[in-house]
Design a protein around this ligand. Structure first.
Ligand code: ATP
Ligand code: MG
Length: 427
């Protein structure tokens, strides 16, 4: 019997890997420009790390984590009752590593990024997997609004570098320990008055986590919270100043954004600036990247009181968007050499070899096929250009170069063709 992959866990096949590598390469380049350094953290952590940081009443911790007891319960790390969890996100692990390695001792301000698989037991659908991939960044040790803006600019540059016109930025502030409790009470009173319209989930956690109702996707909750009080009207002076500066910096750097006071994010650790980059092109799986400020998290995980701000983006959704906007790099060969006749073949073979040595991605057939069949294959392989050469052309000292996108064709002399093709930077 055939063994298949697990529901919600999928392969990234060679046809798609090019886009993934492109995304990762652009991310590394942009992160480096903003002085972020890579950190690689484990995929498995103690369950407590996530329940304590993400929050006991969040969807992730309540129902989405892959948690198990390790077989070896003798070692201290795996003592009776210590459960392990496949990481559902990266921030908790990065902050744990920052505290554990005492990175703050040398200098609290550290900019870190990571990329890799995350695991959440959700209902699999388009853009929602059980194993998915995130690229994320955390700027630790800085509480000033300039770093919030910097993180948003980084994302803006990243999307621009990929040639994307979407996603767009939605921005909110969740206040801090001074002003959020008051807002919470105000919202709670508002929700209690409409409790019967809320879904069972929101009703259950209304007292512990009333803000979650604003984030609920159930139509009843959306309707009931339509006129809920806005958190932006409850911000204290410091939070208002902070948020005002973030917005000013975005305006000055021409980053467009929309204020969304309903966006509360599904994790407990956020405060002040929170954001989501969303697109209208992927249906209800609209969030490409999300994040915000988490000033209490380092302390909550046993470190000193050090602020932080960060984000994570979903690579599956990003590559889907890239494909839809057709701006992903062509993954086929830059040049496909189509030959007709043995002389042409023997002329082409060493040329292909020399072009490859110059890092041009070139492909050619070994067996004789008709011109039409080779052209079809060039198309199928997504070649950027095709060089067509037959015995006749060879005798005349020229070949045809066809651009597969514009379908334009031109003659090209065989003398110095190698330098010519390389100079054109085909592909
Ligand atoms: P959503 O509202 O779509 O469930 P989220 O708020 O749970 O998103 P975060 O925890 O903020 O998402 O994760 C950041 C990003 O990771 C999301 O914006 C999304 O692009 C991606 N992501 C989250 N969960 C999944 C998943 N199950 N499958 C694929 N991508 C995901
Ligand atoms: Mg989610």
């Amino acid at each position: 019997m055939k063994i298949t992959s697990i529901k919600g866990f999928s392969d990234i096949l060679p046809e798609e890997v090019g886009t993934w590598q492109q995304v990762e390469a652009v991310a590394r380049r942009v992160f480096t420009a903003y002085n972020f350094a890579e950190i690689r953290i484990p995929i498995v952590e103690k369950t407590e790390l996530f329940s304590r940081s993400i929050g006991e009443t969040t969807d992730i911790v309540e129902k989405e984590m892959y948690t198990f007891a390790d077989r070896d319960s003798r070692s201290a790390d795996h003592a009776e009752g210590t459960k392990l969890t496949l990481r559902p996100e990266g921030t908790a692990g990065v902050v744990r590593a920052y505290v554990e390695a005492e990175m703050y001792k040398v200098e609290p301000a550290r900019k870190l990024y990571y990329m890799g698989p995350m695991f959440r037991r959700e209902r699999p659908q388009k853009g929602r997997m059980r194993q998915f991939h995130q690229i994320g960044a955390e700027a630790l040790g800085r509480g000033d609004p300039f770093i919030d803006a910097e993180v948003l600019l980084l994302l803006n540059d990243f999307f621009e570098s990929l040639g994307l016109t979407e996603p767009t930025l939605q921005l909110n502030s969740l206040g801090d320990a001074e002003c959020r409790p008051q807002y919470r009470e105000k919202l709670l009173a508002f929700l209690k008055a409409r409790e019967e319209s809320l879904c069972a989930n929101c009703r259950r956690r209304i007292d512990r986590n009333p803000l979650r109702a604003l984030d609920c996707k159930e139509s009843g909750c959306i309707e009931a919270t339509k006129d809920a009080p806005s958190i932006l009207e409850s911000l204290c002076v410091n939070c208002r100043d902070h948020f005002g500066t973030v917005q000013r910096l975005l305006r000055e750097t021409n980053v467009k954004y929309t204020l969304n006071p309903r966006m509360v994010r599904g994790l407990d650790y956020y405060c002040r600036t929170t954001f989501e980059w969303t697109t209208a092109q992927l249906g209800s799986q609209s969030a490409i990247a999300a994040g915000g400020r988490y000033d209490g998290l380092v302390e909550q995980l046993g470190g000193p009181a050090i602020p932080g701000v960060g984000f994570a983006m979903g690579v599956e959704r990003l590559t889907m968007l890239l494909k839809m906007q057709e701006s992903a790099a062509n993954t086929g060969p830059s040049l496909y050499v189509v030959w007709v006749g043995e002389q042409a073949r023997d002329w082409a073979f060493p040329l292909v070899h020399r072009l490859r040595k110059n890092n041009l991605n070139v492909e050619m057939e070994g067996e004789a096929r008709s011109l039409k069949s080779q052209m079809r294959r060039a198309d199928k392989f997504n070649a950027v250009s095709v060089l067509i050469v037959g015995d006749d052309e060879l005798a005349k000292g020229k070949a045809l170069l066809r651009d597969m996108t514009s379908k334009r064709q031109e003659e090209i002399g065989l003398d110095g063709i190698e330098a010519e093709l390389l100079a054109r930077k085909i592909g």
